[in-house]
Design a binder for this molecule. Structure first.
Ligand code: F6P
Length: 486
């Protein structure tokens, strides 16, 4: 099978380049090893109506990376607009933050259609397409409209919310109908998958049986594929990173003080405000932890052109400064706050230098930082993971200290507990988490999904001819002005 993987963001695989987000970090090793073609945005835009979309193609391990310049007229409406101001807040159950204009939606559909046209040049008779994430919900339908009959799968890296929340997205039914062009749709957790199936059944009125949705496209299977990491490779990276200058400078600066670490994109779903409030509360409740335990919070700037992100950046910066002003001493800073990204090679070393990893999102698809923190630990003296029960990772890493990120006092108590946990308990919890990571690696995720995709296409096509009545109708109304009958 010739696999074409598609995502908005790609990574060029330079070990010291900062990596934004879990998706790019996760896909990189599998593209390098499997020989797939990975197609995504170059981060640049281009004017005019390109007949042949411009792509820069380079080798990536055994595979290749193709970076496309997206259309300038639609990029903002697609990325900052519909994808990150309508879909992202809805997918993270923040319906109050949904902002989307009709133009944004049209741009989103245009970019999906543009990507579909660009993908044709990578198509071979035995190709399969694997589309990643919420930027490309309608890409499968666009490919089918262009006559692509090969298997097309989709994996959602974020959560999928309840029916009432997703219904807050303008054009939700049209978009979700379009998703049924996929043969296989993968989710991170059972809850995400159930929410999706229940929308298909109750809101679209479709037949759903045993995780399979029947529509005019044939069958779409929805299933759960929790994404993993390569724990062995990450552990090696962490062991090697101890000599990295940033890591050794950090260790030296600690003077025996304990360290908690948080590494997140600066995003409202990550729960940064509540986390910092929890540390504030902890130093108030346990004054003995002042000077003996501090927080290193790396918050990589993200989507700065969107108002909600700009506001968050100022709010977090102010809170950090208030807390440092309140608890700091002439020779002690409680929170070291950094607004920049780090490469995997340094991050692995920073995780290993920290006795506690704090991963406390309000909602998160999986959260690979949680998994990487665990994999980076020194087996003879591992740190403790404090993990939100609303991160997908909590389903597997259930021997972490699970917290409710809305309960500031509870988090403060749990972080204090983590900082003083005895070695035997730390090892017991860590070993159980490592066993889970070893059982569900990124390689396993890749082969589980691609095997299931092959099988799903087979069943989907087999059923298609027996469908007499189309269940759902042309999905092009918004972009073309065509009529919708549904
Ligand atoms: O899971 C969602 C995701 O695709 C992750 O890769 C990452 O956390 C984020 O979104 C990437 O965001 P952006 O590409 O907008 O920086």
């Amino acid at each position: 099978m010739n696999l074409v993987v598609v995502s908005n963001r790609v990574s060029r695989g330079k070990p010291n380049e900062p990596m934004t987000g879990g998706l790019a970090a996760a896909l990189l090793p599998i593209v390098e090893k499997s020989g797939a073609i990975w197609v995504g945005s170059s981060g640049r835009v281009r004017d005019g109506n390109q007949k042949e979309p411009f792509a820069e193609v380079e080798a990536l391990g055994a595979g290749a990376l193709a970076m496309l310049d997206l259309p300038a007229a639609h990029y903002g409406g697609y990325y900052e607009g519909f994808a990150n101001s309508a879909l992202w807040p809805a997918l993270h159950s923040r319906a109050d933050l949904i902002r989307a204009s009709q133009d944004d939606y049209l741009s989103y559909r245009e970019v999906n259609a543009f990507m579909a046209r660009a993908l044709l040049r990578f198509r071979k008779p035995d190709s399969a397409f694997w589309i990643q994430d919420y930027h490309f919900l309608a890409l499968g339908a666009e490919l089918r409209d262009l006559g692509v009959a090969q298997p097309i799968g989709f994996f959602l890296h974020t959560p999928w919310p309840s029916r009432s929340v997703i219904s807050g997205v303008p054009h939700h039914s049209e978009l979700i109908e379009a998703m049924l062009a996929y043969d296989l749709i993968g989710f991170q957790t059972d809850e995400d998958c159930e929410n999706f199936l229940s929308y298909a059944q109750a809101d679209l009125g479709l037949v759903v049986h045993d995780g399979v949705i029947i529509s005019r496209y044939g069958r779409t299977r929805a299933a759960v594929f929790p994404i993993g990491i390569d724990p062995q490779q990450f552990a090696q990276l962490a062991a090697k990173a101890s000599t990295h200058p940033d890591v050794s400078r950090l260790r030296r600066s600690l003077n025996g003080e304990k360290l908690a670490i948080g590494v997140d994109r600066l995003d409202y779903s990550k729960g940064l405000i509540n986390r910092i409030k929890a540390f504030d509360r902890m130093w108030t409740l346990h004054p003995s932890l002042a000077r003996t335990a501090s927080l290193l919070q790396i918050a990589t700037p993200s989507r700065g052109a969107i108002e909600a992100y700009g506001n968050l950046q100022s709010e977090v910066a102010k809170l950090v400064s208030d807390v440092n002003g309140q608890h700091g001493e002439v020779d002690w800073t409680p929170i070291r706050y950094l607004n920049k990204g780090y490469g995997q090679a340094v991050l692995a070393g920073l995780y290993r230098a920290a006795q506690v990893g704090v991963v406390t999102p309000l909602q998160d698809g999986m959260n690979l930082v949680a998994k990487e923190y665990v994999a980076a630990q020194n087996p003879v003296d591992p740190g403790v993971l404090v993990l939100s029960k609303f991160a997908g990772a909590a389903n597997e890493l259930d021997t972490a200290l699970l917290v409710n990120p809305h309960d500031i006092d509870g988090m403060a108590r749990t972080i204090a507990l983590a900082l003083s946990m005895p070695l035997t308990e730390r090892r017991m919890r860590w070993e159980a988490m490592m066993a889970k990571l070893r059982g569900q690696t990124i390689q396993q995720w890749f082969s589980d999904f691609t095997d299931a995709l092959r099988e799903s296409r087979h069943y989907s096509v087999e059923l298609a001819p027996v469908m007499t009545e189309p269940a759902l109708w042309p999905l092009r109304s918004a972009t073309t002005g065509g009529v919708r009958y549904h």
